[in-house]
Design a protein around this ligand. Sequence first.
Ligand code: SME
Length: 159
Amino acid sequence: MRASGNRLTREQARVLLARLDSTIAGMRGRASREAMVKFLNTTVPSYSWVGIYAVEGTDLVLDAWSGPSATEHTRIPIGKGVCGFAAKAGKTEIVSDVSKDPRYLQCFLSTKSEIVVPIAKQGAVVGEIDIDGDQLDAFSSLDREFLEAVARKASSVWA
Ligand code: SME
């Protein structure tokens, strides 16, 4: 779809959203989230590891993931890490250099940057998309727009 290190273009984002729609057509719940993380990880080269966490009480619990290896952070208290911060604030977080962010909880040695996008339903955060990038500054405002649109799709088929 694009060379590694290049920015997502608006046209690519539009095409990807349409392809994602057909990929998850008829799916709901966890099956839709499994399909989404796989789609994002395999179609966007800079999305090195893609996970969706679900809110369970005061924690985020890893619900679906796609990438080269499993993370030990399968349960993160809301408020902890970049993931917990984004869930608490209900706002997208982009970290362009994880080594400079004291909130960062390390999962993979290869990770250089991260984006976390909350998934909201009727005003409450029910989960989030967490993506690790192996390049510094891998995520632009267009990735944010694109992934916020993906989060709205995830919300619409959440349960
Ligand atoms: N880095 C995250 C933890 C999750 S792993 O990236 C999969 C954080 O700081 O919350």
